[in-house]
Design a protein around this ligand. Structure first.
Ligand code: NAP
Length: 273
């Protein structure tokens, strides 16, 4: 059983889920999602722009896991932002996934001049009972302040790039103050670098765990919801096997100290898509 975090509206969200960005529609995504569900994952993070919602939906149905035990997230893409177009985009996503309701619907990026209207559409969907929780992604503090000043229902989640080289301390503090759960995207820095890091390697050695497991455990102990992506069944299983050990305060601090405020993706104040 993967532990959950209670969102501010009382909904329980698993603290770890499977990300499926860049996981190909069809066999690849079906295999990954089914491997995850078999390994005990219950949360899947997709998005309209990933182009694999239909495959996620098929895998869910083929898995036989009860709908109420799942936590499915998708996101409205930038070109669909605005009130009416978001309502429509939501129905398209729901249809592709083959679901009757969504667990979490996010604004993928803060499209300037549009995200407040987009958020109003999310509130409508929430009030209609079509989605159990609503939130945002890639929102800086000033974007959140703008939403908070204009909303009826506070966002429940902010999904942001977050890993040991970009630990996002300020946004995390702001979100905590406003009861907005923080979710990490690219928690494993998209593979590569973090697995070579000396500090992480030493900690991994000490606990008899892999570098990926150490980073994911750091997320969980730091109150960060995490969604590692993998298409490799053995890694999918490895990544969820992080609930049988605890990092010491000292080791958490060593990982905190790796922060360089360094992004892999674009700054949400400056993106061109
Ligand atoms: N909201 C947004 O704007 C946004 C942006 C980016 C991502 N996301 C979400 O966040 C999720 C995760 O981020 P991400 O996909 O960018 O990258 P990530 O989870 O940081 O890293 C995924 C990479 O790490 C590899 N990997 C996974 N587990 C491993 C392990 N135990 N050992 C060695 N290598 C491992 C994967 O390889 P294999 O797949 O080959 O096994 C893949 O190449 C996405 O899938 C998506 O759902 C959201």
């Amino acid at each position: 059983m993967i532990p959950t975090k209670k969102l501010h509206n009382g909904v329980d969200m698993p603290v770890l889920g499977l990300g499926v960005w860049q996981t190909k529609e069809g066999e690849e995504v079906r295999t990954a999602v089914k491997a995850a569900l078999a390994a005990g994952y219950r949360s899947i993070d997709t998005a309209a722009v990933y182009g694999n919602e239909a495959g996620v939906g098929e895998a869910i149905r083929e898995s036989g896991v009860a709908r109420e035990d799942l936590f499915i997230t998708t996101k409205v893409w930038n070109s669909d932002q605005g009130y009416e177009s978001t309502l429509k985009a939501f129905e398209t996503s729901l249809d592709k996934l083959g679901l009757e309701y969504m667990d979490l619907y996010l604004i993928h990026w803060p499209v300037s001049g549009k995200y407040v209207d987009t958020y109003r559409a999310l509130e409508t969907l929430y009030e209609q009972g079509k989605v159990r929780a609503i939130g945002v992604s890639n929102f800086h503090i000033h974007h959140l302040e703008d939403v908070l000043a204009n909303c009826k229902i506070k966002p429940m989640v902010n999904q942001i790039e977050l890993h040991p080289r970009l630990s996002q301390v300020e946004i995390r503090e702001f979100c905590q103050k406003h009861e907005i759960a923080v979710e990490a995207w690219s928690p494993l820095m998209q593979g590569g670098e973090i697995f070579e890091n000396e500090t992480i390697a030493q900690i991994a050695e000490k606990y008899g765990k892999t570098p990926a497991q150490i980073v994911l455990r750091w997320d969980i102990q730091s109150d960060i919801i995490t969604i590692p992506k993998s298409i490799t069944p053995s890694r999918i299983e490895q990544n969820v096997n992080v609930f049988d050990f605890e990092l010491s305060a000292e080791d958490l601090a060593k990982i905190d100290a790796l922060n360089e405020n360094r992004r892999l993706g674009p700054d949400p104040d400056n993106f061109d898509f």
